[in-house]
Design a protein around this ligand. Structure first.
Ligand code: DUC
Ligand code: ZN
Ligand code: ZN
Length: 484
């Protein structure tokens, strides 16, 4: 062994136990008592957890209208590592007219030589041409990009229901997971037109223009379409109790329907959009922040397992002319980029307010931090757990350390944090990726560019049998041959 982490409490998604962790050539090779090696890290009083996997973040990504995120693979990965993550999966966004493989090549050029932690991509598909569906998505899957995100809203990105069914079918055939941004485009446009016509353009009206009903309708439709063709589906950034309840109902019936929520929906409310001047723009994201009652409902869904994932949706747009205020200091909510940072605080927020306050167990925390993402995005058991043979992607946490969040301590390229002033207990102190220390005691000690692309395998849907609609079943549709 070249390294042993000694005397800590190891936790996985199922168990917590005292053990030393032995590492050789970047992998975990031993778990036991009294292990020794030439290099040792003393983890007395600390938790030894799988490194976090940040499964939803926007890094070096331009929006359909051209705005670029403030973080690239260097700053984004460094910020992720300081937040206890040793792997992340940003998006590779196809814009209309671009090929899928061309999109992946572009993101390769952005990530290679820059990331301090391992990375993969989810593809965003906005232009599902015959070539994309027939050749390029299968090729992307073969090179380890096994999840595809689609949008039901945004004029320059949205797909219609037919295209959605096409993508779900291709994903199902290859064993990929389709992810969806579920909001009803018509409701949002209808509300936005009326608000703007009456001069209601301030950031707070963003939440009014994206009502809960828009999310609920779209989640219902997305689940219906996915179940119709028996395709697995991940509903990202769920912000409503009713939307989460639709997911819970489908899961109870064995459908392969999964969901994610994000820190902003648990820790912020739409009152934050009502801050003076344009300050509310810092809290604009889509779906928007909701109310305190919804926060409580979402915590409940997190506790009960409706949400498999808890991701940051780090979408870093600065509060200046390069980001949120690109259209000027008095821009309408329609013209302000949606998104906020959170990649470094996702896990400290969940640990402090979830584990420390008794809302979730340490093992649930591990599942939400890493294990579930590893399983659903095809990286388990190589990543997302502490087990013999797994990559030594490990975060050592001090569960007693208390810090107050402030921008000066952040490592991203942002000029604000929405969580400024929150006091949190429990912080990652040392983060390893494939056995190499990346962050230690507040310092970056690894070289940007050491992170590697992770070719992901098929997601693991064990326990969810699914089942297709009778009209697609040859035994029940008078023999019609429809191959979804
Ligand atoms: N969807 C995201 O996933 N992130 C930011 C904005 C959006 O619409
Ligand atoms: Zn989205
Ligand atoms: Zn996002």
């Amino acid at each position: 062994m070249d390294l042993v982490i000694k005397n800590g409490t190891v936790a996985t998604a199922s168990d917590s136990f005292r053990a030393d962790v032995g590492i050789r050539d970047g992998r975990i090779v031993a778990l036991g008592e009294g292990l020794s090696a030439t290099r040792e890290i003393d983890a007395t009083g600390r938790l030894v957890l799988p490194g976090g996997i940040e499964a939803h973040c926007h890094i070096a990504q331009e929006s359909a209208t051209g705005g670029m995120t403030a973080d690239d693979y260097r700053s984004g990965s460094i910020s992720a590592a300081f937040g206890g993550n040793s792997c992340f999966v940003p998006f590779a966004a196809q814009h209309r007219g671009m090929g899928v493989l061309e999109t992946l090549a572009l993101y390769d050029s952005r990530a290679e030589g820059a990331s301090v932690i391992d990375y993969g991509y989810h593809l965003i598909i906005t232009d599902p041409t015959e070539k994309a569906l027939g050749e390029e998505l299968p090729a992307a899957f073969a090179r380890g990009v096994t999840s595809f995100k689609v949008f039901m809203t945004y004029d320059l990105m949205k797909i219609d229901d037919t295209q959605f069914l096409d993508i779900l079918s291709v994903a199902r055939r290859h064993g990929a997971l389709t992810m969806v941004h579920a909001e009803n485009s018509g409701i949002i446009r209808w509300m936005s037109d009326r608000l703007v016509a009456k001069g209601h353009t301030a950031p707070r009206y963003h939440a009014i223009s994206h009502p809960a009903a828009a999310e609920i309708e779209a989640i219902n439709r997305a689940i219906t379409l996915a179940r119709f063709v028996d395709a697995p589906l991940m509903i990202v950034h769920v912000s409503t109790d009713e939307g989460a309840a639709l997911v819970a109902g489908a899961r109870l019936e064995g459908a392969r329907i999964f969901a994610e929520t994000c820190p902003q929906y648990l820790f912020l409310t739409r009152d934050d959009l009502d801050r003076p001047g344009m300050e509310g723009a810092k809290f604009m994201c889509s779906p928007p922040l909701r109310d305190a009652a919804t926060q409580q409902a979402l915590w409940r869904h997190l506790q009960l397992g409706t949400f498999s994932l808890f991701s940051s949706d780090h979408a870093p747009y600065r509060f200046d002319a390069s980001g949120k205020l690109a259209k000027g200091p008095g821009a309408s909510f329609r013209q302000i980029a949606n998104g906020m940072p959170g990649i470094a605080l996702r896990l400290p927020l969940l640990f402090s307010e979830g584990v420390r306050k008794g809302r979730i167990t340490l093992n649930q925390f591990v599942a939400l931090a890493a294990t579930n993402a590893a399983k659903l995005y095809g990286m388990h058991p190589r990543k997302g757990t502490i087990a013999i043979g797994a990559d030594a992607d490990i975060a050592i946490w001090d569960p007693e350390e208390t810090r107050t969040v402030t921008l000066a301590d952040q490592h991203d390229n942002m000029d604000y944090t929405p969580y400024e002033g929150m006091t949190l207990t429990g912080w990652p102190v040392t983060v390893l990726s494939r056995g190499e220390v990346v962050v230690d005691a507040g310092r970056l000690v690894a070289r940007p560019g050491r992170g590697r692309f992770v070719a992901r395998a098929r997601p693991d849907f064990t326990g969810y049998p699914g089942g297709r609609a009778p009209e697609l079943d040859p035994a029940r549709n008078f023999g019609a041959e429809i191959d979804p």
